[in-house]
Design a protein around this ligand. Sequence first.
Ligand SMILES: *Cc1c(COP(=O)(O)O)cnc(C)c1O
Length: 425
Amino acid sequence: MDYFCYKNGKLFAENTEVERIIAKIGTPVYIYSKATFTNHLQKVQKAYSQLDTTVCYSVKACGNINILKILAEAGSGFDIVSGGELYRTLQAGGEPSKIVYAGVGKTDKEIIEALNAGIGYFNIESEAEMENLIHLATQQGKCPKAALRINPDVDPKTHTYTTTGKKETKFGVDIERARKVFADYGKNKAVKLCAIHIHLGSAGKTVEPYVEAIKKALVLIDQLRKDGFTIEAIDMGGGYGADYTTGTAPSAEDYAAAIVPMLKGRNLKLILEPGASIAANAAILVTQVLYLKSSGSKRFVIVDAGMNDLIRPPLYNAFHFIWPAKVDKEFVPSCRHKDLQLAGTEVVDVVGPICEGADFFAKDRALPPVKRGDLLSIFTAGAYGFTMSSNYNARPRPAEVLVNGEEFTVIRRRETYEDLTRLEK
Ligand SMILES: *Cc1c(COP(=O)(O)O)cnc(C)c1O
């Protein structure tokens, strides 16, 4: 669900015509919908309202401080994975006690910054990290809370790069080892180890892996409590599906319908770390057609955005629906689907200008006929879009625009050539 719709053949972001934004800002550009962000957040908050739940939006999905501000004002906490994300979150007015900090390689500097900010939980990924946190907390005179990240060994059936809850990953410790970690560190005074953290990976399309993981986590929690340890919270991580293809992801209510009954009456606070399911549908990347080219049987649409602007298609083999920003009536898409077949479409590859074979947005995709100068919208670009962008090929990064009803604001200006060399002295 989002607020990017065609009206009379013209693509709108909320009540703002996309062409009107492009006329002023140019391409390529990320266009965000405020209402989509807040709507998705509220759906999660509502779905889990029967439990004592804190939604901690995952900053790495989309971290512009103007967007973090909107989410903070709507009551969100934040899931961070670096000192830079802590800085962003605090700049945006994020409530420190609602910050959870994950990551296998936290540096001393980052840990000290988080200790001084007074974050909610350190999500601990190894014994060595626990030792170091105890050392630094004692040195700084702080008494932080920590959650142990466990590895429930379930497969979310997603891309290998986004699978993080299986035994062979670098993340967390296995369930058997978790009891030993609590035996060694669960009673120490410097760091309150009092919660369990799980994160299965990203972009799962079913509820079952979560159910399986919670079952395992609850067995562990019961054992730990029996052993005399205090477990006050379970952090379920993120990875909830987003609608890249219309109607394929379970909704927040679908997940909650399975998860809430399992946790009810358990005296556990719940933390959720959704990233993509909040942000993905909240943006489009708009690009302009530069050239058309045929090569053998292939037809290429060459556009002015590249893999430096949006790397998900080559990196994860991810599907992004692509469609012109202005179409005749017969080409208004009824849904966003890879195999959407309409009479009169042509099968093309949509590619960028970068000197890499991997620089593509779509392969063998049926699109309405386009010509030089037309605008194409790459949908569901809000998560791991701008945050993964780079200056590769010395390309200034695109502008980011936030739409609120009939208004739009530039929330990050387009980079300039001067920006490219500014730090090179
Ligand atoms: C990346 C990440 C998330 C968010 O994942 P999504 O797939 O964007 O929901 C949540 N928690 C942790 C620990 C992460 O690393």
